[in-house]
Design a protein around this ligand. Structure first.
Ligand code: NAD
Length: 280
């Protein structure tokens, strides 16, 4: 496609070894972008980078860093700058939910104060900390560390990865929902803060994908069939299916390229119609 202006740009993708972000990294590489696969899991990051170099003949490196540890991000920034030069694109993809911040029951039936362990009252605050830190602070800190390169170049783009639960919370996962809502809010805040610098900040809100983090909620371990929650999701998605990671690629390319030169501070749903459907 012409007019993208992506060739030889340098992109850092956090959580780049994961299901969604390894696919997004490959879609950037397909446009000639040099990719940095940044992940806690070093071996998995190196593996994705090798796959990219083989498949797309575009430079890629897999590096280990923790998005919650500023010093580790600063250390890899130096390595990236030495190897690829300054950064143009940041995709904040590291994120996810935790069983410790997930209720067993969707709603409280009745008014008994017994057996509340499976509800809101049984949640561990440490689970909230974990989920808020990973999703929210794990987006703020890389933006702080890598964003300086973009400001210095007066161009570039940050894309945060939000979720359907950022618009309306999903049952069972209050911390993850609130953390993703915070990402939408922060996307707007940073977009305004950077607006005069030439640096744009947007987000993608994927609909429902079947991945490691939600498999335990959507697929019954014993039968291998869909859980009632899995069925509800499919019934609530007008297209009647899960989204696959490749279907997020077009939106990412749009947001990081010159196709969206005047677009900043938006969150784009890629959701098979889920957010448009009232259920009736
Ligand atoms: P995934 O678990 O496959 O990938 C997440 C990656 O992040 C893993 O490779 C993991 O090692 C890495 N990671 C975890 N903690 C890290 C840390 N502290 N520092 C650096 N890396 C770390 O997850 P996924 O399903 O591909 O999700 C990617 C993003 O998309 C997440 O932000 C998730 O919240 C969001 N999302 C997922 C879905 C879905 O249905 N799977 C839907 C909407 C949004």
């Amino acid at each position: 496609m012409n007019g993208l202006n992506l060739k030889d740009k340098v992109a850092v993708i956090t959580g780049g070894a994961g299901i969604i972000c390894s696919t997004l990294s490959k879609s950037l590489a397909a446009q000639g972008v040099k990719t940095v696969i940044l992940d806690l899991n070093k071996d998995a990051a190196i593996k994705v980078a090798k796959e990219i170099e083989t498949e797309f003949k575009t430079p890629s490196i897999g590096l280990s860093a923790n998005v919650l540890d500023k010093a580790s991000l600063e250390a890899v920034k130096k390595e990236i700058n030495d190897k690829f030069g300054t950064i143009d694109i940041l995709v904040n993809g590291a994120g996810g939910n935790s069983p410790a911040a997930t209720t067993k029951n969707e709603i409280i039936e009745g008014t008994s104060t017994e057996n509340l362990e499976d509800t809101f009252f049984g949640l561990k605050i440490e689970g909230f900390d974990k989920v808020f830190d990973l999703n929210f602070k794990g987006t703020v800190l890389p933006s702080m560390v890598f964003g300086t390169d973009l400001i210095g170049k007066k161009s570039g783009s940050i894309v945060n990865i939000s979720s359907m639960n950022s618009y309306r919370p999903l049952t069972k996962i209050p911390a993850y929902s609130a953390a993703k809502a915070a990402i939408n809010n922060f996307t707007q805040w940073l977009a305004v803060h950077f607006a005069k610098t030439g640096v744009r900040v947007n987000a993608i809100a994927p609909g429902f994908l079947l991945t490691n983090q939600n498999r335990f909620l959507l697929i019954d371990e014993k039968s291998g069939g869909m859980t009632p929650r899995g069925n509800k999701i499919i019934n609530g998605t007008p297209m009647g299916r899960y989204v696959v990671p490749e279907e997020l690629s077009g939106t990412l390319i749009y947001l990081v390229s010159d196709l969206s030169k005047a677009v900043t501070g938006i969150v784009i749903p890629v959701d098979g119609g889920f957010s448009a459907y009232s259920g009736v």
